[in-house]
Design a protein. Structure first.
Length: 62
């Protein structure tokens, strides 16, 4: 099987947000997690595609 090649341009936002814990209701910071850390959180994706990423911005969700 030939894997697809996916190149992600990361810009921050909600998906890259971080809080002190899953239960935290304050202190949330959007755009705090870089694309390398996001990709590392889903290692099984490499079974399906060759994935690379580039952090081009770290903008919040507003």
């Amino acid at each position: 099987m030939i894997k697809k090649h996916i190149y992600i341009l990361a810009t921050g936002g909600t998906i890259a947000g971080r809080a002190a814990s899953e239960e935290a209701t304050t202190g949330y910071q959007a755009g705090a997690i870089g694309v390398a850390d996001l990709l590392a959180a889903v290692p099984e994706i490499r079974r399906y595609a060759e994935v690379e990423g580039e952090q081009i911005a770290a903008i919040d969700s507003k």
